[in-house]
Design a protein around this ligand. Structure first.
Ligand code: NAP
Ligand code: G4F
Length: 324
């Protein structure tokens, strides 16, 4: 019998890569999707006939309990969240409901339906916020700087609490920023690569952007979903930092993206207050040595390769869209 995995957030960037990876491993893959008036399955369209989609919502516990009863999965990957940091200031209560309390709803559904199910929680380097140590590791204290970061700290600790209270195989992966051609257009990497491609093709003339000094540890999403799976294959559930160990500023990101298309970003970029945050996370850089030692995980795509991959994909996408 193939193993059954249930992914919340399957329509998102990570959900789509994880679903592909688990299918390759021979899993039967199920995904939670919320009801929308128009479908948003672009990232999973190519595998839609190989997966089963279940209707439900992180705000609705009944749908989760029913989903677990119907699917009887061995593994659950909780990737669903209101994941855009900037939006968490304008929708703080909603962010807390989905990104924090949603985790409790799912953990409690596991406890009710079958405590043997293994659980992965998508924790985030945003929890480190105003960093207390460089680089950040599993033991670095949290100091979140946004309603999103605060919600993720809650999700992290409720996962630890259910592990310790009910002996669940519940694991938190503390993942640093990971990107891909499937990244949402609002996140800075994709915003920059998409604009570099648009400007090169004459489809746009400027890029409006926020803080150029923020530094992030950017890796490739395809590498990071493999780490999620590896965590659930361990005998003992523990928490792991997943990162590249390299950090780059937004300015370096602009250099990298615009150099792929042979342009100078300074000629096209305008700083815009609207993209500044009320409280910023200035520097993130992770120490993933525990994951390397215990899971045998290392990243395979460098920052430069990642940005080149994203710019080239955006060029191809825009050319097809505009018949160029
Ligand atoms: P994403 O592209 O924004 O995807 C988020 C997913 O959550 C989407 O499938 C979305 O569904 C779903 N979702 C949101 N609210 C929901 C609700 N109420 N009920 C059911 N589903 C809901 O995010 P991602 O980049 O793939 O990240 C995956 C997870 O990892 C998130 O929890 C994120 O916070 C966390 N994380 C991401 C990074 C990163 O750098 N990417 C780093 C650390 C942690 P719709 O398609 O319907 O909107
Ligand atoms: O791409 P971002 O929006 O990602 P952020 O805030 O680091 O969050 C992402 O990574 C987290 C992991 O650490 C995840 F948990 C979270 O779900 C999400 O995937 O912004 C990156 C940096 C910030 O410092 C931001 O201020 O880029 C800076 N930035 C500068 N100009 C901008 C812009 N960010 C965006 N989105 N748009 C700008 O114009």
């Amino acid at each position: 019998m193939p193993k059954r995995a249930f992914i919340t957030g399957i329509t998102g960037q990570d959900g789509s890569y994880l679903a592909e990876f688990l299918l390759q491993q021979g899993y039967e893959v199920f995904g939670l999707v919320r009801r929308t008036s128009t479908l948003n399955f672009e990232r999973i369209r190519h595998i839609q006939d190989q997966i089963t989609l279940i209707s439900g919502d992180m705000l609705d516990q009944t749908s989760m309990i029913q989903a677990l009863r119907d699917i009887q999965p061995q593994e659950i990957y909780n990737l669903a969240a209101q994941s855009f940091v900037q939006t968490s200031w304008s929708q703080p209560v909603f962010t807390g409901d989905v990104t924090a309390l949603g985790v409790t709803r799912l953990l409690d559904a596991i406890r009710t339906v079958n405590p043997e199910i293994r659980f992965y929680q998508a924790s985030s380097s945003e929890m480190f916020g105003k960093v207390q140590e460089v680089p950040q590791r599993e033991t670095t204290p949290f100091y979140p700087r946004s309603p999103y970061g605060v919600a993720k700290v809650y999700g992290h600790w409720i996962t630890v609490n259910y592990r310790e209270s009910y002996n669940l195989h519940a694991t938190s992966g503390i993942l640093f920023n990971h990107e891909s051609p499937r990244r949402g257009l609002e996140f800075v990497t994709r915003k920059v690569t998409h604009h570099a491609a648009k400007i090169k093709l004459g489809l746009a003339h400027e890029l409006r952007i926020g803080n150029l000094d923020a530094q992030r540890d950017w890796g490739f999403a395809g590498d990071y979903v493999q780490a999620m799976w590896l965590m659930l294959q361990q005998d003992t559930p523990e928490d792991y930092v997943i990162a590249t160990g390299q950090t780059h500023s937004v300015e370096k990101l602009l250099d990298a993206a615009f150099s792929v298309v042979g342009l100078d970003w300074r000629r096209y970029t305008v700083q815009d207050e609207r993209f500044m945050r009320p409280a910023e996370v200035d520097l993130l850089v992770g120490d993933a040595s525990k994951a390397k030692r215990r899971l045998g995980w290392t990243p395979s795509v460098s920052f430069e390769q990642l940005i080149q991959m994203m710019v080239e994909s955006d060029l191809a996408l825009l050319k097809a869209e505009h018949h160029l």
